[in-house]
Design a protein around this ligand. Structure first.
Ligand code: I3S
Length: 128
């Protein structure tokens, strides 16, 4: 993964394109809006940019900033139930501030790696 221009010495731990939708915002249900999203895990933050470009620069293509960011501290990940989505390989990510996301990839190895990475990050930063 590329490093951020602000922190060139801190490479991101993981990046890639995932299908992402919010399902709640501050605890309130919102309408799903699945989008192919360039996703970067960096420290305890997960950063997203929709409409990813070539992926050659930080945040891919023409975007220089993430469209939104969630703090993983105090959050949780689990495999989403069938009621949450009809898609397969869906991770439900809950954040402490009540913004919950579904994260999906058609490729099992990809989504399994993200599940592991997100769980590890949440565990690592749990007591900070
Ligand atoms: O949980 P829902 O409402 O069944 O989610 C589906 C809808 O968001 C649907 O769009 P509309 O808002 O136009 O109905 C999406 O196209 C579907 O992908 C959503 O369900 P899945 O099961 O794919 O997460």
């Amino acid at each position: 993964c590329p490093s951020s221009p602000k922190h060139p010495s801190t490479p991101s731990e993981k990046c890639g394109v995932l299908n992402v939708t919010k399902i709640t915002e501050h605890g309130k249900k919102v309408r799903k809006n699945w989008a192919s999203t360039w996703t970067v895990l960096q420290g305890s933050s997960l950063l997203f940019a929709k409409g990813q470009g070539s992926g050659t620069s930080w945040f891919g293509g023409n975007q220089s900033k993430p469209e939104f960011t969630v703090n993983l501290r105090g959050g949780s990940v689990e495999w989403a139930s069938k009621e949450k989505s009809s898609k397969k390989h869906v991770i439900e990510l809950k954040t402490r501030v009540g913004t919950d996301l579904l994260i999906q990839s058609e490729i099992d190895s990809v989504i399994n790696d993200w599940f592991r990475a997100l769980s590890e990050t949440i565990n690592t930063h749990a007591w900070e």
